[in-house]
Design a protein around this ligand. Structure first.
Ligand code: PLP
Length: 407
């Protein structure tokens, strides 16, 4: 199993089809085979002879072989194949969380003295990782604006990585990934993208010029709010560095978790289409509400990144944020979230259920000025009936004090 080679009957089929047929049970068993690969748990893997073990160990650095539990099992290999298919990359590694996948990527490709140029729209714990770990480790990190317009000005001779998150966390700014990738490559730097928002169905960074694409499988790939995992898929040129480093660090995932993510991914494209439909329903409804100043969703023509979204994305997902009128009482957003009955209050997103969270934009961006703006609420719109969700939002909004009421 050196790399992901889709079976020949899948040649020319669409991504939606390959997502279902990639990584199915590989071995014909007596009397037929199940649809899904078996769940294989292992630490020790046995060989017929010392010579066979030596031979396998000699080849496993560059080939995918079942030699030890930490190096993966047939279950995790099947998931790697489906992710590689989804991302359109050479091979994939799995990590215990999305954040671990980001951390390993930074460690794998950067050395003390290097500079990484990061989007100001990154997932906040990545910003924390950059300041708390990379800086003391001698790796300089600076930020470019979420729309990427000023990125060229920040490139240094020591820049070894450009790291984008597109659309950006919380308010979904779009940047021109092909342009950023050209900038990175002209400098001999790697182009890395956090693709958790797009999850391979709505956005495909490797096809747009990135060398490395990271996803928090915790979100849409798993889709059921019951498992944590991260994935990193790379081009052939970027592969060996990641493979060597993650082997050196003993990075691995539980095959049970891999099996859950694999199961979740079979319905990824169906779920995303439904999340998109429901989110757009609420987005349009929220735009007409007097309490709402701005609705953030790149699929809306009013969004500053809409043209890039139209060019580079094939759809949107269940994420949607909105800004309350700046004149509203400071506690209004918190009250609104507390009064919602169908939206859970909790971290993460990408499960089947709806969630609401406060977004502190002044903490989440260092280059954009959010002073004087209204409070921002981030919704993850789930698979519930969107009319029920709309009614829930309507009752919560109606319970707020009218705009301009002194408090
Ligand atoms: C959630 C998230 C992560 C981290 O994933 P975990 O599995 O929670 O560690 C990384 N990037 C983005 C954009 C995310 O939304």
């Amino acid at each position: 199993m050196p790399k992901n080679t889709p079976p020949s009957h899948l040649a020319g089929t669409s991504l939606q089809t390959r997502l279902l047929h990639a990584g199915q049970a590989p071995e014909p068993a007596v009397g037929g085979r199940p649809v899904n690969p078996p769940l294989v748990r292992a630490s020790t893997v046995l060989f017929d002879s010392v010579a066979a073990q030596r031979e396998a160990r000699g080849r496993r650095g560059s080939e995918r072989l079942f030699t030890y539990g930490a190096r993966g099992t047939p279950t995790t290999f099947a998931l790697e194949d489906v992710v590689s298919e989804l991302e359109g990359g050479y091979r994939t590694r799995l990590f215990p969380t999305g954040l671990a996948a980001v951390g390993m990527t930074l460690l794998a490709y950067l050395r003390p003295g290097d500079h990484v140029l990061m989007s100001d729209a990154v997932y906040e714990p990545v910003r924390h990782l950059a300041s708390s770990f990379l800086a003391p480790y001698g790796i300089d990190c600076s930020f470019f604006r979420a729309d990427g317009q000023d990125a060229a000005r920040h490139v240094r001779p020591s820049t070894r990585m450009v790291y984008a998150e597109c659309p950006g966390s919380l308010v979904y700014e779009m940047c021109d990934l092909p342009q950023l990738a050209a900038l990175a490559h002209a400098q001999g730097a790697w182009m890395v993208a956090d693709n958790t928002w797009g999850s391979g169905c709505q956005y495909r960074p490797l096809a747009l010029g990135a060398d490395i694409s990271i996803m928090a499988a915790t979100k849409y790939l798993s889709g059921h709010s019951d498992v944590m995992m991260g994935t990193v898929c790379t081009t052939q040129a970027a592969w060996q560095t990641l493979a060597d480093r993650s082997d050196a660090f003993g990075m691995t995932v539980s095959p049970d978790d891999a099996w859950l993510v694999l199961r979740g991914m079979r319905t990824l494209s169906a779920r995303l289409q439904m999340h998109e439909r429901h989110a757009l329903h609420l987005a349009h409804w929220l735009q007409a509400r007097p309490e709402v100043a701005t609705v953030f969703c790149p699929a809306l023509p009013s969004h500053p990144g809409h043209a890039l979204w139209q060019r580079d994305c094939t759809g949107t997902n269940g994420l949607l944020s909105f800004e309350l009128q700046p004149g509203m009482a400071p506690q209004a957003a918190e009250q609104l979230i507390d009064r919602l009955a169908l939206f859970g209050i909790g971290a993460s997103w990408g499960g089947y259920e709806s969630l609401a969270a406060l977004a502190d934009m002044s903490k989440a961006r260092s280059l954009d000025d959010w002073q004087g703006r209204g409070a921002v609420v981030r919704l993850h719109v789930g698979l519930e009936d969107p009319v029920d969700l709309q009614n829930d939002l309507a009752q919560a909004l109606a319970s707020l004090a009218p705009i301009g009421t002194p408090f």
